[in-house]
Write a new protein. Sequence first.
Length: 302
Amino acid sequence: MNFKSGYVAILGLPNAGKSTLMNAVIGEKLSIITSKPQTTRKRITGIYSDEKAQIIFLDTPGILEPNYLLQEKMMEFVDSSIKDADLILLLLDISYDKKGNKLFSNKTVDAILGNKRKKKVLIINKIDLSNQDELKNIIEHFEKLKMFESIIPISAAKNFNVETLKEKIIELLPEGPKYYPEDQLSDENERFFVTEIIREKIFEIFKDEVPYSTEVIIDEFKERDGRKDFISASIIVERDSQKPIIIGHKGESIKKIGQLSRESIEAFLGREVYLELHVKVKAKWRSNITQLKNFGYHTGNE
Ligand SMILES: Nc1nc2c(ncn2[C@@H]2O[C@H](COP(=O)(O)OP(=O)(O)O)[C@@H](O)[C@H]2O)c(=O)[nH]1
Ligand SMILES: [Mg+2]
């Protein structure tokens, strides 16, 4: 068999388990995972390589109707991923909507399903939360629609049937070259992953609106001979009132963010780092086109 390769977009509603799935196939935690929706904001590449294929996954933000400019930009990452994809994986959370009606009620999902040119695989995720009968009904429901090359039930979190899915993806990919070296897991740089890790901790620590109003940028990232890497990052919030929340009583919250982030960053990079955090207010950054561009919310298509 000839070598196979291509782009595979992972699409679905918020919280379906898209990032969990990509990490499960890659075997490395590239995308942040939280129990909260809308944690993935950009498109994140994850590269899987073996002796017969290379899969370039595009993990995307969950599909939603945008309420503000940031969410519009997030949906542009979804669109660009669809455009680039050789294969589309549509992920359905079985515990979310048992009849699958919801999956078809969103305009963007309808658009994907109507896209006849792209091959699509339906993945039914979180089957650990379901039973055989329920699963059977859902599979029958979707088989009748004849829209998918294949329908595969998995549990991304429990790593069940992920191997089967991977084999199916490889089968459906076109023949092509190895685009990236074997050992490369992503085309994002270390800086990007550091900001994602810090964002993840903020999602873990804070409730409600604060994490959604937060962006993280790297001000300085220095590798130093014989010493720990020096990383200085800014946590950007939307309003003055959010700053003391991030800092916390006597600085306890920001200390906790720093501590948890540093541990994860060191585990990810495989080396020790010195991490310094600052908090800054950029009023209404989520609705400011220039600010969003500065923060990397552009797909390169506009
Ligand atoms: N029970 C169960 N939970 C899962 C499974 N896959 C993902 N999750 C959980 O669903 C939540 C959302 O996962 P995430 O990958 O961030 O979803 P995304 O928004 O689609 O990227 C997290 O709490 C995951 O741990 C699964 O197969 N079974
Ligand atoms: Mg995600």
